[in-house]
Design a protein around this ligand. Structure first.
Ligand code: SF4
Length: 219
């Protein structure tokens, strides 16, 4: 499933293929372009083979090309949607340049399209350079999973392939992104994180000058 909407329900039925999503007016449309991710978070459904095989967000046919994604978009009117969100079952910025191409091509038709990228924030380590300038004029909101108030816990949760440096890297990514993206948000998950840790995360975000979003478990 490459393009989908989210119903708000937990689990498989929480994701609805765009073809079955009916009227798209006011909805967020999600784009799922890769299975790749530098992390293997303890809570991620990717960790369970059974979940992977059963999950419609796993791209069984492999990653779609930019042209294939654009062909799919061609079937829908995006002028009525609320927001386009690059998200899915992998890390969207593993395909940064393809994501940029898709946004550029869509903005030719929909110059006012609002775009968000949900990311683990490790793109600068993936590419070995600062790629945040690529987000300018393309991305309106970047939402980075903070996951924890300190590096050790972040690594325990995400099992990032980049190791302990990952936590500093995501914070640096957030600060750099502020130059190019109007709305930089870091997220933690409600219910999963106790209140005192949420407060520590809030303080970190205040220091970084970004917004903390405490998101519900299922969103
Ligand atoms: S960063 Fe996201 S996609 Fe990657 S393992 Fe963690 S939860 Fe899953």
């Amino acid at each position: 499933m490459i393009l989908y909407t989210v119903t708000g329900r937990v689990g498989e039925e929480g994701y609805l293929d765009i073809a079955k999503s009916g009227d798209l007016t006011g909805k967020n449309v999600y784009v799922n372009m890769t299975n790749k991710c530098p992390c293997s978070c303890v809570f991620c459904l990717r960790q369970t083979k059974k979940e992977l095989e059963g999950n419609s967000l796993w791209l069984r046919e492999g990653e779609p090309t930019v042209d294939e994604v654009m062909d799919l978009f061609g079937q829908y009117d995006l002028s009525v949607i609320n927001e386009l969100v690059f998200c899915g079952f992998g890390e969207p910025l593993e395909r940064l340049y393809d994501v940029c191409s898709v946004i550029d091509r869509l903005k030719e038709t929909y110059p006012g399209l609002k775009v968000r990228v949900n990311t683990i924030g490790l793109a600068n380590l993936i590419y070995g350079k600062d790629v945040t300038p690529e987000l300018e004029g393309r991305v309106d909101t970047i939402s980075i999973s903070l996951n924890a108030p300190e590096a050790e816990e972040f690594l325990e949760i995400t099992r990032s392939s980049y190791g302990i440096q990952s936590y500093e890297a995501i914070k640096e990514f957030a600060v750099l992104a502020k130059q190019y993206v109007p709305n930089v948000v870091m997220t933690v998950v409600e219910q999963v994180m106790p209140e005192d840790k949420i407060e520590r995360c809030r303080k970190i975000c205040d220091e970084l000058g970004v917004t903390l979003r405490v998101r519900p478990l299922e969103s």
